[in-house]
Design a protein. Structure first.
Length: 703
């Protein structure tokens, strides 16, 4: 009898009756979908040994019909994603601001399912595309499902939902030839963006290294819109949500990202999966920025404008709880693919604002599930079911799972004892915040929405020098993929509103002057409007630079889960072992890479590449000096500014390969024995990348 292997990680969600895998248990006979045991799964039913297949073969048809319908439409955006289960726990009650139960009981572990995605690529596209990442979290609270459906960038491209289909059409592969896949580097995207000044802030984020994360575990998350908290007394405050990763915020280099896309397109998915399987559970703290209702209009920007963030210098982020992802899905399709998020899945104590982007989203998510998941009963799929009991009069529809045993399906009633009855506020019934409202019907925005450049400027000014260089190079690359000069010129004109040097650095790459700035067609701002400054809030000083917007000072105190390759053949095995032991003691994941497989080697130069590692060490010179693959391995690691340790006479390889003075570059170590450099190597790996190497006039070219 075949036994089903058990999952090793603990489960954090209770399994409901309908979720139970009926194939569980010891006896695993192969059956049809109807449970009929199958005698022969190798041969279809034929008229004779050499005869035609028979239509009668119900077993063949059962199998093939199901197979023919295995695919459902992929998400129109965020098609490529990875998910994981876990839990959320608040540090202390937030009763002052919100009555949400899961934000008030520090003893409660609320189960969550998180799905992290790219936006533009198809379901099978690469993880390392330059893109915004979706960061969606479903909380299975005692009061029903709460979804925080955010991104890894705190702002969005557009201010109003009505522009979303245009934005997505422009960024997706072009309609005539369906190219390029998972890339904003093409003409239609930049044509659209060059006419949308409101996009400039998000464009700065998209062109920064934030859009090529090292790992989804090392990414921030943001609710983007301003939401409302409502407390027990009915008092409301505005809130912006943040997820702060405990491993810090880290990215890869641009060239590295494109190479990873070829070598391991599942890089982020694999990284998340392996970390969880290894027990290195990713953690994020939930942060909130709270704005008192009376301060709604104190900012230079409108709190309802999703292209603006609230600088942390104006309103600090308070860390109020922690999410831990500790279990991989059992089945990708059933969980990660079928999970259905919706910003309108709310619990009492959390409410919406009139952000015009958010308002449009409230329509879109259920609408899209109706097509994607085939009908209104997607809420009954195991991954979407609330843990809180559901009692209502919704009935029937495609693929209904629930067998309603009550024939009374209307309210009010007496025949069903009045059940289910309206909860009322006292019993946890949801009430929308009674925001006063009386105005004209208009198609317009408030005036403060019109400042499109101050925060783009704030972001650019807050970047470190290497980050600014990376951003410039990303723009040079992206605009270099644009064929129509007028589109490129219009974009460079737009950059001039953000920063003159940025615009001219990009223009230089195309041998053109920064064009006279002409305001785009669909905006009402006069061409000579100077970029506004960030205005003081509550008499606080102007924010010109915000530390939180740069990754330069992020957490860099650990090498936990960092991937390190040690190039060593059999002659270097002892040194490799010594280094491996030291690094593993600090939580790094170490692989020994050899020219040919030997007993102590995990991988060979043929089966791996340095772009999938955070740091490399090389033992000895002889095994490598004549191997082009070894040279590429080291060159890439050097170019991508990774920590490098040369052991024994490995340091002489640089001269042999024409990498003069590389030993003097930051983050490069050399010693006769592994033991002598292990501690320094650990420090250099924890520093993530040694971007200063890009500036070194001797050893590498800029950027
Ligand atoms: Fe989405 N978005 N979105 N979005 N979004 C979807 O819903 C939409 C926006 C976000 O892992 C779709 O189930 C509109 C902002 C995430 O399953 C769709 C607008 C933010 C995910 C949809 C926006 C997001 C989606 C596609 C402008 C960050 C993936 C499939 C008004 C705050 C969730 C689906 C997952 C998915 C519509 C803008 C985040 C079509 C109309 C802003 C993380 O309904």
């Amino acid at each position: 009898m075949a036994k089903r292997p058990q999952k090793k990680n603990e489960s954090t969600r209770k399994v409901t009756d309908l979720e139970k895998d009926t194939s569980d248990g010891m006896d695993q006979k192969l059956t049809t979908a109807q449970g009929l045991p199958i005698n022969d799964n190798q041969n279809s039913l034929k008229a004779g040994l050499r005869g035609p297949a028979l239509l009668e073969d119900h077993i063949l048809r059962d199998k093939i019909t199901h197979f023919d319908h295995e695919r459902i439409p992929e998400r129109v955006v965020h098609a490529r994603g990875s998910g994981a289960h876990g839990y959320f726990q608040v540090y202390k009650p937030l009763a002052k601001w919100t009555k949400a139960g899961f934000l008030n009981d520090p003893a409660r572990r609320t189960p969550v399912f998180a799905r992290i995605s790219t936006v533009a690529g198809f379901r099978g596209s690469t993880d390392l595309a330059r893109d915004v990442r979706g960061f969606a979290v479903k909380f299975y609270t005692d009061e029903g499902i709460y979804d925080l459906v955010g991104n890894n960038v705190p702002v969005f491209f557009i201010q109003d939902a009505i522009k979303f289909p245009d934005l997505i059409h422009a960024v997706k592969p072009e309609a005539h030839h369906e190219m390029p896949q998972a890339a904003s580097a093409h003409e239609t995207f930049w044509d659209f963006i060059s006419l949308m000044p409101e996009s400039m802030h998000t464009i700065m984020w998209l062109m920064s290294d934030r859009a090529i994360p090292r790992s989804v575990r090392m990414m921030e998350g943001f609710g983007v819109h301003t939401f409302r908290f409502v407390n027990e007394q009915g008092k409301s405050s505005f809130v912006k949500f943040h997820w702060k990763p405990l491993l810090g915020v880290h990215s890869v280099a641009r060239d590295e990202a494109t190479k990873i896309s070829g070598k391991d397109p599942d890089f982020h998915r694999r990284d998340l999966w392996e970390a969880i399987e290894n027990g290195d559970f990713p953690e994020w703290e939930l942060g909130v920025q709270i704005v008192d209702a009376k301060d709604e209009h104190k900012f230079s920007f409108d709190l309802l404008d999703p292209t603006k963030l609230i600088p942390e210098e104006l309103v600090p982020v308070q860390r109020v709880g922690k999410m831990t992802l500790n279990r991989n899905p059992d089945n990708f399709f059933a969980e990660t693919e079928q999970v259905a998020f919706h910003p309108g899945h709310l619990v009492p104590g959390i409410d919406l604002t009139n952000d015009p982007l958010l308002q449009g989203r409230l329509f879109s998510y259920v609408d899209t599930q109706l097509t994607r998941l085939g009908g209104p009963n997607f809420n009954e799929l195991p991954i979407n079911r609330p843990l809180a009991p559901v009692h209502n009069n919704q009935r029937d529809g495609h693929m209904r799972h629930t067998i309603a045993k009550q024939h009374i399906n209307y309210e009010p009633n007496t025949l069903g004892g009045g059940c289910p009855y309206q909860a009322g506020m006292k019993n946890g019934g949801f009430t929308s915040f009674p925001e006063p409202m009386e105005d004209m019907k208009v198609r317009a925005k408030s005036e403060k929405f019109m400042d499109h450049f101050s925060q783009a400027k704030l972001f650019y000014n807050s970047q470190s020098k290497p980050e600014q260089n990376h951003l410039i190079n990303a723009l040079r690359f992206e605009l270099g993929k644009v064929d129509t000069p007028a589109v490129r010129e219009r974009m460079i004109g737009m950059l001039a509103y953000v920063d003159a040097q940025l615009a001219s650095a990009v223009a230089d790459a195309f041998g053109i002057e920064v064009p006279e700035v002409e305001m785009p067609l669909n905006q009402s701002i006069p061409a000579d409007t100077p970029p506004a400054e960030v205005q003081p809030y509550d008499e606080e000083p102007m924010v010109k630079r915000s530390k939180a917007l740069s990754m330069a000072d992020t957490i860099k105190d650990t090498i936990r889960t960092r991937r390190v390759a040690i190039l060593a053949d059999e002659s270097g095995a002892a040194q490799a072992k010594a280094l491996k032991t030291a690094l593993e003691a600090e939580g790094a994941m170490v692989k020994v890479v050899a020219p040919m497989k030997h007993a102590d080697a995990d991988l060979t130069l043929m089966t791996t590449t340095s772009v999938v590692f955070d740091a490399i060490a090389v033992v000895g010179r002889e095994p490598w000096v004549d191997l082009p693959d070894a040279q590429d391995f080291v060159r890439d690691a050097f170019r991508h500014c990774k920590a490098i340790a040369m052991i024994g006479d490995a340091g002489t390889l640089f001269d042999a390969w024409g990498m003069k003075d590389a030993l003097k570059a930051p983050g490069v170590l050399s010693a006769p024995q592994a033991k002598a450099l292990a501690q320094d190597f650990i420090r250099d790996i924890a520093a993530h990348r040694h971007w200063a190497r890009e500036e070194d006039p001797v050893t590498g070219k800029k950027g």
